[in-house]
Structure formats: C-alpha cells, structure tokens
Ligand binder design. Structure first.
Ligand code: SME
Length: 155
C-alpha cells in the first residue's frame, strides 16, 4: 500500500473506535480495518488480559492454537510483561516465539495500556520477513492507546 493509503488508515480506525458502541465492537472494527488496509498484515488479532493470561479476542486470519497465553510465554507474554512494543523480523530465530502458522515470518506485538496498566495487546503476523518497522509502530501505538481508553471504560 502507498504511504497515502496508510496515512488515511489511522484516522479511519480512530473514527471507527470512537463510533463503536462498546469496547468489543471497537476491537473488532480496528482488527477489520487493519487486516483490510495493509496487505502485509496476514493475521491480525487482539488479546485481552484476564488475570495472568492473555485471552484471544477478535482476530482475522487462520485460527490460532494460542487462544490463552500465560504472561510468561511467547512474544505476546513478553510484550505485556515488558509493557513495550516488540518487533521480531524473523520469528524462527526468536526462542520466545509460539508458532501460529507455518507461513508466519515476522511479528509485531503492541501492548494496549493506559497509565502503565496493560489491558491487552494488538498482535500482527506477516508472511513476509522483516515486514514491521517504524511506520507500523506509528500506526499501531496510537490505535492501542485509543483501544485502551475503550477497554478501561469496561464496556
Ligand atoms: N506468536 C505469538 C502467539 C500468538 S499467534 O501468533 C497468533 C507469540 O509468540 O506469543
């Protein structure tokens, strides 16, 4: 996609999240717009923190075997624990990686958090190695903040 298309994606997701009747709908719409908007985003999902586990919420792409991930496991668990975005250019070289699909080559995980409290995370896989960079952080971190506002409302 062109940079212009991507520039239009953040405002589109912002509007959809603001207009959504509840947090579940806001998450679903964000996942849909991201999946449709960026060809490199092969699998797009949101995990919601439930106690000490990340529970898979809305997603688009192949079904994942990892529907509940303990905080100590996977790249997902690491991002939630470290409270920081993690980009993995080649998942096959990362010992933390929990495989979702054999085709996956790279991954980005962006915590959904507000005032240091983690509510969940955006997890995106790509079939292309090294698919994620600064442009993806610049798109996904603001979206994670907007989702944190909705999830912190509790509905
Ligand atoms: N790869 C993730 C697990 C989730 S699947 O990619 C959907 C991880 O290592 O935590």
């Amino acid at each position: 996609m062109t940079d212009m298309d991507r520039d239009e994606l953040l405002p589109a997701v912002r509007s959809a999240i603001a207009a959504a009747p509840n947090a579940e709908s806001a998450m679903k719409q964000a996942v849909r717009l991201l999946k449709d908007g960026v060809p490199d985003y092969t699998w797009v999902g949101i995990y919601v923190l439930d106690g000490e586990e990340l529970v898979l919420g809305p997603f688009l792409g192949k079904p994942s075997p990892h529907t509940r991930i303990p905080l100590g496991r996977g790249i997902c668990g690491a991002a939630a624990t470290e409270k920081a975005t993690i980009v993995v250019d080649d998942v096959n070289t990362d010992p933390r990686y929990l495989a979702c699909s054999i085709e996956t080559k790279s991954e980005i995980v962006v915590p959904i958090m507000q005032n240091g409290e983690v509510f969940g995370e955006i997890d995106i896989d790509s079939d292309r190695a090294g698919a994620f960079g600064q442009r993806d952080r610049a798109l996904l971190e603001p979206i994670a903040s907007l989702l944190a506002e909705r999830l912190s409302e509790g509905g």
